[in-house]
Design a protein around this ligand. Structure first.
Ligand SMILES: [Zn+2]
Length: 161
């Protein structure tokens, strides 16, 4: 199965959870997910402060999760600011992570208190955060996408050759 994201047409890509790529490493497979929060080239992107706050909260959620901490290799923002990447151990499909990613976005949309790792000594740009807008963006993604995922929110549209 060809899983590279190179051939997808971003102009018709919707919001959702997509398998971006799979990499074979020594003893198994790593799956990179494209967690797409904005329709590329059609919707306003998130600002960098929101992307940064999501990065801190998403990393905290997965790295402290009793089951998923061990499976989580990386989470981070897309440079285009339309979504996040998450890399997990295992040969996975979107259905395998749909529940945990919705839990993560519920956690972020309801987060209160001090943002994790937001002290100057723990972050490269500690003033560049926006928790309130992050919560709004995460709730919107849950309500409009994650709570009603369809096939087209989990399978990439293929580029016409
Ligand atoms: Zn930071």
């Amino acid at each position: 199965m060809d899983v590279t994201s190179f051939g997808i047409d971003h102009n018709i890509l919707l919001r959702g959870i997509y398998v971006s790529r799979k990499d074979t490493v020594e003893n198994g497979t790593l799956t990179t997910f494209d967690i797409r929060m904005k329709e590329p080239n059609r919707e306003m992107v998130m600002d960098t402060a929101v992307m940064h706050t999501i990065e801190h909260l998403m990393a905290t959620f997965f790295r402290s999760h009793p089951l998923w901490a061990e499976r989580t290799i990386y989470v981070g923002p897309m440079g285009c600011r339309t979504g996040m990447y998450a890399i997990f151990k295992g040969d996975l499909e979107s259905n395998d992570v749909a529940v945990i990613i919705k839990e993560c976005y519920d956690y972020m949309s309801q987060f209160s208190g001090e943002l994790p790792a937001s002290k100057a000594e723990m972050c490269g740009n500690y003033l560049d955060h926006n928790l309130e807008i992050t919560k709004i963006e995460c709730k919107k993604f849950v309500d409009e996408v994650l709570s009603c995922l369809k096939k087209e929110n989990m399978i990439y549209p293929r580029q016409e050759k």
